[in-house]
Design a protein around this ligand. Structure first.
Ligand code: NAD
Ligand code: UD1
Length: 336
């Protein structure tokens, strides 16, 4: 079986390629390396001892996609490619709509033309917006606070329309919570350009001395220690959820959404302290103002994925911090 992975050189995509190769799938990566480097794929091959095929191609390039589909005849697609910086999306909404939405539509058109109608799509917990917690898949979605989040909501709806028009599609919408951590080899991990927006890469750059201190965004939320609560999930657990989703879509038709989270909430300070335990030294942080748009707390009800995909998150917060630190110390300047 051949799986075409868009955005396969990225953070979550590369970890998923490892799991796919280890499970015996043929892997074809399509990435324009906007937010990644081809060397990541060499590392995926190094970890697995297996080869994959890759194309430097933009998902908005219909001709390029048609050729790739014709050459490889994939059985299913996992669609990671997209831009993901929430703050940037508020400043450059058209870039986000063009890349994420137009890119996805072009990909779905190419899939339909190639009669490949099985897809796992990278969605986000952000589609739940202000719903009560824990989030469940049957809640009404779409009350989102950023153009980035809206692209996820719209793409989910587009796939809903595609499936409604043609029930031979098989669609799995995976709503990720907060992926952190790295492969335990330390060869691949999260390597954002510039100053990280997300908590974990920021913490690890403070710990290694590349950034001076972490500002905790808000210490006055109505939570156990005043800081925000999130559902952090090890990226390898998340990658394994894709394997379960692929198995399911290969065997069935339909459209389902799944929460991919641990089902547990940790505060920002829980993460800081877990990280300090791993590095054995205190982390320089201050409590600052709230970040606009942040919700006080959210986490998943992951029962549906547990039952229907046979998937459960295995790794705890200590392992997430350990593997992040291992990757950071082995790659102080990222992957070149
Ligand atoms: P990433 O930026 O590391 O990976 C995305 C990959 O897609 C990159 O390699 C990038 O070069 C590629 N890409 C972007 N636009 C492309 C295009 N037009 N054509 C071809 N390739 C393109 O991000 P990630 O953290 O691995 O996230 C993967 C997916 O999961 C994204 O869709 C993201 O929105 C979604 N997601 C991520 C998180 C998270 O916290 N990391 C949470 C929820 C959802
Ligand atoms: C963010 C996005 C969300 C996206 C998710 C995964 C926003 C508002 N939301 O979620 O749409 O799906 O990333 O990519 O950006 N924090 C600090 N200091 C920092 C950085 C973060 O205290 O320097 C806190 C935040 O306030 C938050 C927690 O750490 O409470 C996690 O933040 P982050 O990693 O950015 O993820 P989310 O905000 O949950």
């Amino acid at each position: 079986m051949t799986i075409l992975v868009t955005g396969g050189a990225g953070y979550i995509g590369s970890h998923t390629c490892v799991e796919l190769l280890n499970a015996g799938y043929e892997v074809v990566v399509v990435d324009n390396y906007y937010n990644s480097v081809p060397a990541v794929l060499d590392r995926v091959e190094q970890i697995t001892g297996k080869k994959l095929k890759s194309y430097d191609c933009d998902i908005r390039d219909r001709e390029g996609l048609d050729k790739i589909f014709a050459e490889n005849k994939p059985d299913a697609v996992i669609h990671f490619a997209g831009l993901k910086a929430v703050g940037e999306s508020a400043k450059l909404p058209l870039l986000y709509y063009e890349n994420n939405i137009s890119g996805s539509v072009t990909l779905f058109e190419a899939m339909e033309a190639a009669n490949c109608k099985k897809i796992v799509f990278s969605s986000s917990a952000t589609v739940y917006g202000n719903n009560p917690i824990p989030y469940k898949e049957d809640m009404i979605t779409g009350d989102v606070s950023s153009p980035y989040g809206r692209t996820k909501h719209f793409i989910e709806k587009i796939l809903g329309d595609v499936y409604a028009a043609d029930n031979s599609w098989s669609v799995s919408l995976l709503r990720y919570f907060n992926p952190i951590g790295a492969h335990e080899s330390g060869l691949i991990g999260e390597d954002p350009n510039g100053i990280p927006n997300n908590l974990m890469p920021y913490i690890s750059r403070v710990a290694i001395g590349k950034l001076e201190k972490l500002t905790v965004f808000g210490g006055d939320y109505e939570t156990k220690d005043g800081t925000c609560i999130r559902d952090y999930i090890h990226v390898v657990d998340l990658a394994k959820a894709h394997l379960c989703a692929v198995k399911k879509i290969l065997d069935t038709t339909g459209l389902e959404a799944y929460n991919i989270g641990n089902g547990k909430g940790y505060s920002v300070l829980d993460i800081v302290h877990a990280f300090e335990k791993v590095t054995g030294k205190p982390l320089n942080y201050v409590i600052g103002a709230r970040r606009e748009g942040d919700l006080p707390a959210f986490y998943a009800d992951a029962t549906k994925a547990n039952k229907e995909l046979g998937w459960t998150a295995k790794y705890d917060i200590d392992k997430m911090c350990e593997d992040t630190w291992n990757f950071q110390t082995k790659n102080p300047d990222g992957i070149k």
